[in-house]
Design a protein. Structure first.
Length: 84
């Protein structure tokens, strides 16, 4: 597995950008220099993140999100485990 996170990632299993193995490693997001913990989806090349808008839910039970634009810096919280 690569040591750099993917360009685009979502934590919604219905999204085509969902990747369970990547999310298991723990992906952290710095947005405009600040650590964000409520990011639902991000795209580095387009420069945006989707964050949860409080506790509000849509009619399907998914969180309502806001799209914020700016520099996105994803990183892995857990280091790569090397096999001998």
């Amino acid at each position: 597995m690569s040591d750099t996170p993917p360009d685009r990632l979502s934590n919604d299993p219905d999204s085509p950008f969902y990747d369970a193995s990547t999310l298991e490693r723990g992906v952290g997001i710095r947005f405009k220099g600040q650590e964000k913990t409520n990011v639902e989806e991000y795209c580095v090349s387009e420069g945006w993140v989707r964050v949860a808008a409080g506790a509000a839910k849509d009619r399907k039970g998914k969180p309502l999100t806001l799209k914020l634009k700016g520099p996105v810096e994803p990183y892995f919280r857990d280091p790569v485990e090397e096999t001998p």
